[in-house]
Design a protein around this ligand. Structure first.
Ligand code: G3P
Ligand code: CA
Length: 238
């Protein structure tokens, strides 16, 4: 059965990349969550999509210029009234120990090169004993290769915006067990061939009914969606 990963948590209804959105994704019976990580000035891995805090929080500026204690003061709940701090990755991993969810950690190290990000993320995943429930993804494929070298026991998956020719060959060449393509970038045949070659396919960001039907019908490995409640309802038909 196709798994459902809640993109930035249950972000269709709750503030993205907050503990609230992750908890609600679990309540919605998602199989996993997807989240984005950046690095503060003092080396804390924090869960937030953009390089700046401006769009999603009450503050302004680059994450790389904030101390962790200061970034925690910002309110990341732009969809509700209850204050939410930007979570640290540690906080999320600690919470994951209380449930069975999988977690796709996307390293946001494409626009800004965060020195030591891969080592820090892997150290935390190992500390919490979660290597078998984590998938590390990134648009930065050098980083994907580096993560595999550091921690071959943790699954990796390159992210793609455009389609590529025979993606399973590419994935195998960088030792990635999965690929995370933009959902419109892969035809049915390429998805089937990729899975038949032993590579997991988890397209993003699948929010429309018709796109969910297409991927559930193909028995795709997983979909990454903002709306795990809708996805759960549609999946019941398969
Ligand atoms: O993991 C897939 C997806 O999250 C990549 O795009 O911009 O939503 O992080 P973005
Ligand atoms: Ca992401």
């Amino acid at each position: 059965m196709t798994q459902i990963f809640a993109h930035r948590g249950y972000s269709a209804s709750f503030a993205e990349n907050t503990m609230g959105a992750f908890v609600e994704a679990e309540k919605a019976r998602a199989d996993g969550i997807e989240l984005d990580v950046q690095l503060t000035k003092d080396g804390e891995i924090v869960v937030i999509h953009d390089e700046k805090v401006d769009r999603t929080t009450s503050g302004k500026g680059f994450i790389k210029d904030f101390l962790y204690k200061d970034i925690r003061k910002l309110n990341a709940n732009n969809k509700g009234v209850k204050k939410e701090s930007i979570p640290s990755l540690s906080e999320v991993l600690e919470w994951l120990k209380t449930n069975k969810l999988q977690c796709n950690i996307e390293l946001k190290n494409g626009l800004i090169t965060y020195e030591g990000m891969e080592e820090k993320v892997i150290q935390l995943v190992r500390k919490y004993g979660l290597s078998d429930r984590i998938i590390i993804s990134s648009f930065n494929h050098y980083s994907i290769v580096y993560c595999y070298r550091l921690a071959p026991e943790i699954e990796t998956a390159p992210l793609f915006i455009e389609g590529i020719y025979m993606p399973w060959i590419y994935s195998q060449s960088i030792k990635a067990k999965g690929i995370h393509p933009k959902h419109s970038a892969m035809s049915d045949n390429i998805i089937i061939n990729t899975m038949e070659n032993g590579i997991a396919v988890r397209p993003y960001t699948v929010n429309k009914d018709a796109d969910m039907h297409r991927l559930f019908n193909l028995n795709c490995t997983a979909i990454i969606t903002d709306d795990p409640v809708k996805a759960f309802k549609i999946r019941k038909q398969y």
